[in-house]
Design a protein around this ligand. Sequence first.
Ligand SMILES: Cc1cc2nc3c(=O)[nH]c(=O)nc-3n(C[C@H](O)[C@H](O)[C@H](O)COP(=O)(O)OP(=O)(O)OC[C@H]3O[C@@H](n4cnc5c(N)ncnc54)[C@H](O)[C@@H]3O)c2cc1C
Length: 387
Amino acid sequence: MKTADAVVIGGGIMGASAAHFLAKKGFGRVVLLEKGRLAGVSTGHSAANVRTYYSNPITLELAKRALHMFENDREALGGDCGFRPVGFLLLIDEGSRAAGEHILKSERRHGIEVERLTPEEVGEIAPQLSLDHVEYGILEPRSGYADPVKTTEALVEAGRAWGLELRIGVAATGIRCRGGRIVAVETEDGTIATNVVVNAAGPWAGRVGAWLGLKYSLRRSRESDLFVELPPGFGPLPVVSDPRLRFYLRPQGDRIMVGLGAPKEIEPVDPDDCDPALDPATRDRIERALFGRIPSLASARHLGGYASIYTITDDWHPIVGPEPAIEGCHAFLGGSGHGFKLAPPIGEALADVICGEDPAIDLSPLRPSRFIDGHPLTSAWGEGNRG
Ligand SMILES: Cc1cc2nc3c(=O)[nH]c(=O)nc-3n(C[C@H](O)[C@H](O)[C@H](O)COP(=O)(O)OP(=O)(O)OC[C@H]3O[C@@H](n4cnc5c(N)ncnc54)[C@H](O)[C@@H]3O)c2cc1C
């Protein structure tokens, strides 16, 4: 039987972050199991927006740390993560006024750089937008977006030097426990003796938890994005989030990626049978929202799109931390549609917890038991992935 100091199940951004930071701390041999491709599921399809407009203290602190990490990706994340600090602009209308004020105050209280823009100032930085119903803008000048695949690969590649071992195409098939303690992970390629396991299996995390009798309340929802070619001379855009028309866009060279924003319906999906194609009805909803805000793009070329998966917890925040009933078992799951940017700082703090140290950011508000304790997280935005 092979042995490892820790086994991480799932090679998305969450598993890669946990494995990277555990290895970096000198935990020893850290095996990262990925049954398919690295970043092949939710992570690889992520818009990978890196923004800080959160409304509760833990997520604000994590997002602030995340922005610092992406700005310093080579040192903090092990390599080039394709981070583009194009700015992040929130368009505040009457319906989002209260949340907007809360966000401005919260970001400033946490020392995050943020600006309140008049509609005229919004028009200056994004003249392509129609500003109907926009009362003001919130601009995070340092935010932007990253490349989710490059980020995951950078974390794994850098981790190899410290003992991270990636096993691609190898599924975990079970977890063995003795006397309330993890003793091994079973895989398609044999058993690995270990006392530490991290469940970062994304849409399959509920299934992995069930091997140990753990129940996570997770919904898996189909989530789509599409691409639109920008006409020549269109000019630069920041990432834009539009709560009124319920969509977001982010630039990417000569195109923009566009998706629906919260609140949106849950579209239940089986992760073993998720059609990756963008369906016509969703395309139509995304395009109607986009063309409402940028009418000049109505004749622009559609460049295709895709569908992937959100894994959503009951309060739309990740579930992270030790499972008290099973020594050595740690949850890192339920990205809830905004987990990409949060994964590196959470992975960093979780590695501290696993090593028995106090993390710089206290992860206990994300603990698995918070729902039974009656302490789910709340958001000024209400339900959804704005957090
Ligand atoms: C369309 C879309 C847009 C998004 N936009 C943003 C955004 O702008 N900003 C943001 O912060 N977040 C965003 N998110 C959310 C973010 O991408 C996710 O929260 C995050 O990628 C989840 O990472 P993960 O590692 O938990 O899951 P995944 O990336 O799904 O990885 C889980 C991995 O576990 C593997 N696995 C499962 N079971 C096993 C097993 N038994 N053995 C071995 N391997 C296993 C799977 O193959 C998979 O690769 C978006 C998500 C989507 C879908």
